[in-house]
Design a protein. Structure first.
Ligand code: MG
Ligand code: MG
Length: 621
């Protein structure tokens, strides 16, 4: 990989991770961070001395990049002003014991603080002078909710007025971008006065900025703020200090520290490259889903094969050396893997019949793997047999294999290589392609998956939907490839009783929970499926009364939908018809979809109806 610059050191604030202070530091070091910001409350609750932390940091090879926060310092009236200087001296004692040379002061939020920049500058200069005598430095940050100082330019003006070599500026992407402030001017701050850079992203939410910041920050690439633009301005200044993550997020505080730390480092590597600081190969161009692989045993292979025949698939081949079958329809390839003693059988033991791998068609698999490697996602090397083609793969956060299939220029396919294919393809394919593959995620893991698909593959997150299941709420967000040929709805349930929640319990983890198949003629597709004995999910009659009125559909149209258990949606761009199969072994199901016009959604408005119908089918709760 060529680099434009040496990458900047990577740091993370201990407040971003769960656990005790030593656990947080161990996680950061294990994942590959260069340093940590010590959040004071983490130190206060640590059952040891600052010297212990200094020794641990040394052992772990971590630098302590910053000690924070020092609040309500500048521009106070007396006697608070004098007391604050004493307070600063005590912090300096702690910092020297810690082996940390940089103190972060955030702009004053106290009702007592005086609106006087000259006074603020003088106070900070005096603090910096006291720090300087001990070989320490002070940086000043504008909090978005600071009483008088809440913009980085204002903080920078005060730092300039303070005019002390040990006084510099801290810029934080959240505080800047949350106020829609323009970060481009940071490029003009002299690098030796820009002491520290903190990064955080966040979803766009309408709430007060303090609550937004304290609970909903997330890593760059997980939210909707233009963090890469911010980093571009920082790099343009010539800044060579750490990029440090400072994330207050309730879910991160509950998640395993290493998982969060890995996401954090991945997000920094991604955003630094996006900002032009380093070079990563761009994400590949995608051309849809090449195949889905199911882990099954012999019995489930037979039953799932029957199910697939009912849906219009034909048995297209048997693997040359393994107990693996290929079913095909249109461009859709479904592989049933019942090979004993394989990765698939391991997956089956653990999860039951389930999707264990997904293959995506890409234009450049080698570059895609190089990008993945650069983002802490190493190539996964599956055992292969003699003469089999190795397909490059990475693992999604839930362990699902994601193969990257680059079509050969000769037109020879992976199936030609590995399978004994049946001679002819039946001409009656009504299904054309995989429309979307929906996954159920464990609680609290949405951001984790969003970052994986965004960073590694360049997929973009779509709007977040909150869907009512009869037994709880499901949050759904779809990750889509830029050309929209790969669409992956990700569903998270906060309750174990919802369809998504039950899926996770039954499945012992995350995984594919439905596969939507695109067709240009959904009525014929459903008629054929029914004729072949497929069981479709029954939709309550009340639904049809409702949509008839909602969309002004003709009686004839409504009757047609009702007869086929079809669900209906429309938006300003087109219409959407979809129907579901019954669930296979209570685990996953198929969906037929027909998009008419330029409808780009997934019928989320109908999801509650589907989930209620599925809940009705369950023998008992
Ligand atoms: Mg900050
Ligand atoms: Mg769907």
């Amino acid at each position: 990989m060529t680099r434009l610059h040496r990458p900047l050191p990577k740091s993370i604030a201990t407040v971003s991770l769960s656990g005790t202070l030593p656990e947080k530091m161990e996680a950061a070091a294990a994942i590959g961070f260069d340093g940590v910001e010590i959040f004071e409350s983490d130190l206060l609750t640590f059952d040891g001395t600052p010297n212990d932390i200094r020794a641990l940091a040394l052992t772990l090879g971590l630098s302590i990049t910053c000690f924070q926060p020092f609040r309500d310092f500048e521009a106070m009236p007396d006697p608070q002003r004098a007391r604050n200087m004493d307070r600063a001296e005590r912090k300096f004692d702690v910092m020297q014991a810690l082996g940390c040379e940089l103190l972060m002061v955030c702009s004053n939020v106290s009702p007592l603080t005086i609106n006087d920049d000259a006074r603020a500058a003088a106070d900070l200069a005096e603090m910096a002078e006291r720090a300087h005598r001990r070989g320490l430095r002070v940086c000043y940050e504008a909090l978005a909710w600071g009483r008088h100082v809440n913009r980085w330019r204002h903080a920078w003006k005060i730092v300039q007025e303070g005019n002390h070599p040990a006084l510099g500026l801290l810029v934080d992407s959240f505080h800047t971008l949350a106020l829609n402030d323009d970060p481009s001017g940071i490029a003009d701050v002299p690098a030796d006065k820009l002491f520290f850079v903190q990064l955080a992203d966040a979803p766009r939410l309408s709430m007060d900025v303090l609550s937004w910041s304290r609970h909903f920050r997330n890593f760059p690439g997980q939210g909707q703020l233009p963090v890469a633009d911010f980093v571009r301005a920082v790099l343009a200044s010539g800044y060579r200090g750490p990029l440090s993550l400072e994330i207050f997020n309730d879910e991160f505080r509950a998640a395993p520290a290493r998982l969060t730390a890995r996401d954090g480092l991945r997000s920094l590597l991604m955003v630094e490259a996006e900002a032009g600081g380093t070079v990563l190969p761009p994400p590949p161009a995608f051309d849809g889903v090449e195949f889905l692989e199911f882990a099954v045993d012999d019995e489930h292979a037979i039953r799932l094969g029957e199910t697939l025949r009912g849906l219009g698939f034909h048995h297209a081949g048997r693997h040359r050396s393994k107990s693996v079958d290929l079913f095909r329809q249109g461009r859709v390839n479904l592989i049933l893997n019942s090979e004993p003693d394989s990765a698939a059988s391991e997956h089956f033991q653990f999860h039951g019949p389930s999707v264990c791998a997904m293959a995506l068609r890409v234009d450049d698999a080698a570059a895609a793997i190089e990008r993945a490697n650069g983002l802490l996602c190493p190539e996964w090397r599956e055992r292969i047999g003699d003469g089999e083609r190795r397909i490059p793969a990475v693992r999604a956060p839930d362990g699902t294999l994601v193969y990257l299939v680059q079509p050969a220029p000769t037109g020879r396919t992976i199936y030609d290589d590995d399978f004994n294919l049946t001679a002819d393809t039946p001409p009656d394919a009504l299904v054309t392609a995989v429309d979307h593959v929906a996954q159920a995620l464990p609680m609290g893991r949405m951001d984790n998956f969003v970052l994986f698909y965004h960073a590694v593959f360049g997929f973009a997150p779509e709007q977040l939907w909150e869907i009512a299941d009869p037994y709880g709420l499901i949050r759904s967000r779809t990750m889509v490839s830029p050309d929209r040929s790969v669409r992956l709805p990700l569903n998270v349930s906060e309750s174990r009783e919802t369809a998504t929640g039950r899926f996770l319990t039954t499945y012992a983890g995350a995984g594919v929970h439905h596969i939507a198949l695109a067709t240009d003629d959904i009525l014929r597709t459903l008629e054929r499926a029914t004729a072949r004995g497929s069981r479709l999910l029954g939709i309550p009659a009340n639904y049809y009364e409702d949509i008839g009125a909602k969309w002004g559909l003709s009686d004839q149209r409504i009757e047609q939908l009702r007869q086929h258990n079809l669900l209906y949606d429309q938006d300003e761009n087109g219409e959407f018809l979809h129907a579901y199969t019954e669930t296979f072994d209570g685990r996953f199901f198929f969906e037929f979809v027909q998009r008419i016009g330029d409808y780009q959604q997934y019928g989320a408005a109908n999801a509650p109806v589907r989930m209620a119908a599925q809940a009705q089918q369950r023998p008992n709760r």
